[in-house]
Design a protein. Structure first.
Length: 117
């Protein structure tokens, strides 16, 4: 199995969800803030991309979404154009890797997470 870090390579910047979220923030700041504080629009998009690998490493969807919610400040900066995409998504990937279950984290970083189920 390839190193889990390599599997969390940032996907192409999701420009449409970013623009939709920014428009929501500008039109309804309270609702936009609620959405971003919920880790969106990234939590669902990235779970679709990374979920299988993360589950193999011992992280479920709810834990991933919890981490994304804790990263909402950076997501906000990305949506508003104050943070580049690669910085935002790489930071979230790093945060996720650091929060894998301890034995899984060690195996993932060593590239042997397939045994961590």
């Amino acid at each position: 199995m390839r190193d889990l870090r390599e599997k969390l390579i940032p996907l192409e910047e999701p420009l449409k969800p970013r623009a939709e979220t920014r428009a929501l923030i500008e039109g309804d700041p309270e609702e936009g803030l609620r959405l971003v504080n919920d880790g969106q629009p990234l939590a669902d998009l990235l779970w679709e991309e990374w979920g299988t690998e993360l589950e193999s490493a011992g992280m479920d969807r709810e834990r991933f979404h919890e981490i994304a919610r804790g990263y909402s400040g950076e997501i906000w900066l990305w949506v508003m154009g104050e943070r580049p995409w690669d910085h935002c998504v790489a930071g979230l990937a790093g945060r996720v890797l650091r929060r894998l279950p301890r034995r899984c984290e060690e195996q993932a970083l060593a590239g042997t997470a397939e045994v961590c189920r």
